[in-house]
Design a protein. Structure first.
Length: 272
C-alpha cells in the first residue's frame, strides 16, 4: 500500500506542474535555485517575468530571511531560464518530498539542467572567505531522503559535464572557484567545533542545510545537476566570532558580483 503522505504529495506535485505549465516555465533550458543572499543573479535576466510564490498555490513557501519567494522567467545570453528565488528547508518542518517538489516539477516540465546554489560554512582554513565552491559530491546527514524505493540508486548526483562547464566559466570570467564535498546537516542551529572537526575528518569542505535533497531528487528525475556553495563564513572552531544568519546574507552580498559573473558565463556553456 502506498502511504497517504506520498499520495498527497503526488497530487501536490501534479498541481504545481500544471500551475508552472500555465506560466510557460517549461520553455526554460536551465533552472536555478538561489540560496540565502544570492538573489541578485535574477537582475541579469532579460525580458524578466516575476511570479510571486503567493500566485502559485502549490509552491512551498519559505520563512527564512534572504529567500525572496518568487520565480523569475526570462533569458540569459539568449538562453531561456527560470530562477527559483528562495527554497524551503527540512528545518522549517517540511517533509523531504515537499522540499524537493519544485525541482521535481521542473523535471516533469522537461527542463534538463538544474543549478543549485547555497550559502555554506567553510571548513578549509586556508580558503579566503567569502569564496565560491563547486560541489563535487555531498554527504547527507539531514536524517532523511526524498527518494522512493524505486528511485534509490548508488551514484553521484552531480553531473561531470556541467561541473566542467562551471570550471570553464570560472576561467572565462576570471572568478576564483574552489571545489569540494558538501556536508548537509539538518539545522537550523550552527555546528559545534567538535562537529566541524568530525566533518573535516569526513573529507568535506563546506557545511550547509540545503541542496542535498534537491540534488538527489533532481538526478533521480533525470536532470543534470550542478551546484555551487558560497562559502560565507568559516565554520565553528575556525571562525573567531560567533556565527549568525545576518553574516551569511551580508557575505552573499559581498560576493554577489563574482557569483553573478560565474553563472552568466556558465549559461551558454551549459547548453552549448
Amino acid at each position: 500500500m502506498v502511504p497517504q503522505t506520498v499520495t498527497n504529495e503526488s497530487v501536490a506535485l501534479a498541481d504545481l506542474v500544471e500551475q508552472l505549465k500555465a506560466h510557460d516555465v517549461g520553455r526554460a533550458q536551465i533552472a536555478f535555485v538561489l540560496g540565502s543572499g544570492l538573489g541578485a543573479f535574477a537582475d541579469r535576466v532579460e525580458n524578466a517575468k516575476v511570479i510571486p510564490y503567493g500566485e502559485i498555490a502549490a509552491m512551498p513557501k519559505s520563512t527564512v530571511p534572504g529567500h525572496a519567494g518568487e520565480l523569475v522567467l526570462g533569458e540569459i545570453d539568449g538562453v531561456p531560464v527560470v530562477l527559483q528565488k528562495g527554497r524551503v528547508h527540512l528545518y522549517e518542518g517540511h517533509d523531504p518530498r515537499v522540499v524537493t517538489r519544485c525541482v521535481r516539477a521542473f523535471a516533469a516540465l522537461g527542463i534538463r539542467n538544474l543549478v543549485l546554489t547555497n550559502a555554506a560554512g567553510g571548513i578549509e582554513s586556508d580558503w579566503e572567505v567569502p569564496t565560491l565552491m563547486r560541489i563535487t559530491d555531498h554527504i547527507n546527514m539531514q536524517g532523511g531522503a526524498p527518494l522512493l524505493r524505486e528511485e534509490a540508486r548508488i551514484e553521484n548526483p552531480y553531473d561531470d559535464d556541467l561541473g566542467a562547464a562551471l570550471e570553464k566559466a570560472a576561467s572565462v570570467a576570471q572568478v576564483p572557484l574552489q571545489s569540494g564535498i558538501y556536508f548537509g546537516v539538518l539545522g537550523p542551529s550552527y555546528e559545534t567545533p567538535a562537529e566541524v572537526n568530525m566533518m573535516r575528518w569526513s573529507g568535506a569542505s563546506a557545511i550547509g542545510m540545503s541542496t542535498v535533497q534537491e540534488a538527489s531528487a533532481a538526478r533521480a528525475a533525470g536532470m543534470r545537476v550542478a551546484a555551487i556553495s558560497t562559502i560565507t563564513n568559516p565554520a565553528a572552531g575556525i571562525s573567531k566570532t560567533p556565527l549568525n544568519h545576518a553574516e551569511v546574507v551580508e557575505a552573499g552580498r559581498l560576493i554577489s558580483e563574482r557569483f553573478c559573473k560565474l553563472l552568466a558565463a556558465f549559461v551558454p556553456l551549459a547548453v552549448g
